[in-house]
Structures are given as structure tokens and as C-alpha cells.
Design a protein around this ligand. Structure first.
Ligand code: FES
Ligand code: FES
Length: 190
């Protein structure tokens, strides 16, 4: 059966079998950022946006995406650049296998926050489905908090908010802390 999706802004049509997953469809169309770690909706590696909402592409049939818009990290290169630098700066990219799915979810979370500064627990809850086999959660958390402008006294020398705690959850987000260009950014093509 024919399926047509708007993939990263461009129309793509293919003849798929009824059991083709969105994950398989995307990989077959060059979206190598989309990884598969479990196929059982447990790891979050296959996260993409379907009509701008994050979904696990291993658990969505390609036919369900017919006529809809799908976004992968390939379509968010500019939007993800600063977050990628934050992850690299904090050593959070490690093997990089989980990074694309994590980035997709953090960017979706950021949009949902609409400029509000989240509490740590809120970040952990939103990202609970993104597993990292390298167990790099502390460095990921540091990078995400830095990216989202969270106050973390003492953690960021010279960073905004370093002089005292702000009311996370209600405070408006401060201006982004500049992140030096990293020598190395996580590759999404592994
Ligand atoms: S591959 Fe989809 S959640 Fe693990
Ligand atoms: S960085 Fe290795 S799985 Fe996350």
C-alpha cells in the first residue's frame, strides 16, 4: 500500500507492507539518525515527531503516518546545534547511540515549556523513557539544564543564576548561557 508522508518538509511516497514500522520506513529513506535499541517501546532511541509530537517510531506503523508530517533529527540540524554543543561540552554524547532520540525529546520538551524553567524532577519525568546504555545520565542532566537555562548554583562558573536558587517551575528562562563551539559534536550517523 502507498504511504505518503511529509518527511522533514519534503513529500515522500513509498509502497509498504502493512507491518512496516515507521522506524523501518524512515531508515529506508535515509534518516539514519533514527536508531533502534529495543523494538519494544522501552528505550526511546527511535523517537521522532509525528505532527510535531514525539512518538516511538518502532511502535507506529508506517501506514499510520500516511498524510501526516514526520520530523527526524535530520530536519532539525540548526535547531539542535546548541543542544548538541551542550551535550558535547558536558561529555554526554559518549557512544552517541541514544543522542538523537534524546535530542528529539528535549526539543519537544523545550517547546512544551514555552520559555518556563523546569524543575529537575520535571526534566527527569519527561525524559524517563530515554535510556542510555552508557548510563551517562548525570552529564546529560547537566547539559540539558544548561541548555534550558536552569539555575544550578555553583555548577556553571559565571552562568546566569549562579548567585542563588530561582523558583524553578515558575521563573522565566534567563538568556541562554553562551556555549563555546565544541571541537567535537555528537555524530548522528553512527
Ligand atoms: S527502539 Fe523504539 S523504544 Fe526502543
Ligand atoms: S551515549 Fe551511549 S547509549 Fe547513550
Amino acid at each position: 500500500m502507498n504511504v505518503t508522508v511529509t518527511l522533514n518538509g519534503a513529500p515522500v511516497t513509498d509502497d509498504v507492507t502493512p507491518d512496516t514500522t515507521l522506524y523501518e520506513f524512515l531508515r529506508a529513506h535515509g534518516c539514519k539518525s533514527v536508531k533502534c535499541g529495543c523494538e519494544t517501546t522501552n528505550c526511546g532511541l527511535c523517537t521522532v515527531w509525528l505532527d510535531d509530537a514525539p512518538v516511538l517510531s518502532c511502535a507506529v506503523l508506517a501506514v499510520r503516518a500516511d498524510g501526516r508530517s514526520v520530523t527526524t533529527l535530520e530536519g532539525l540540524q540548526d535547531q539542535s546545534a546548541r543542544l548538541a554543543r551542550c551535550l558535547a561540552e558536558q561529555g554526554a554524547e559518549q557512544c552517541g547511540f541514544c543522542s538523537p532520540g534524546l535530542v528529539m525529546n528535549v526539543l519537544a520538551f523545550e517547546r512544551e515549556l514555552a520559555g518556563r524553567v523546569p524543575a529537575d524532577e520535571e526534566i527527569r519525568r519527561f525524559l524517563a523513557g530515554n535510556l542510555c546504555r552508557c548510563t551517562g545520565y548525570m552529564s546529560q542532566m547537566r547539559a540539558i539544564k544548561r541548555y534550558l537555562g536552569c539555575p544550578d548554583p555553583g555548577a556553571w562558573p559565571g552562568a546566569a543564576g549562579a548567585s542563588g536558587p530561582a523558583a524553578a517551575g515558575t521563573a522565566a528562562r534567563p538568556a541562554p548561557v553562551p556555549v563555546a563551539p565544541a571541537k567535537e559534536v555528537p555524530t548522528h550517523e553512527r
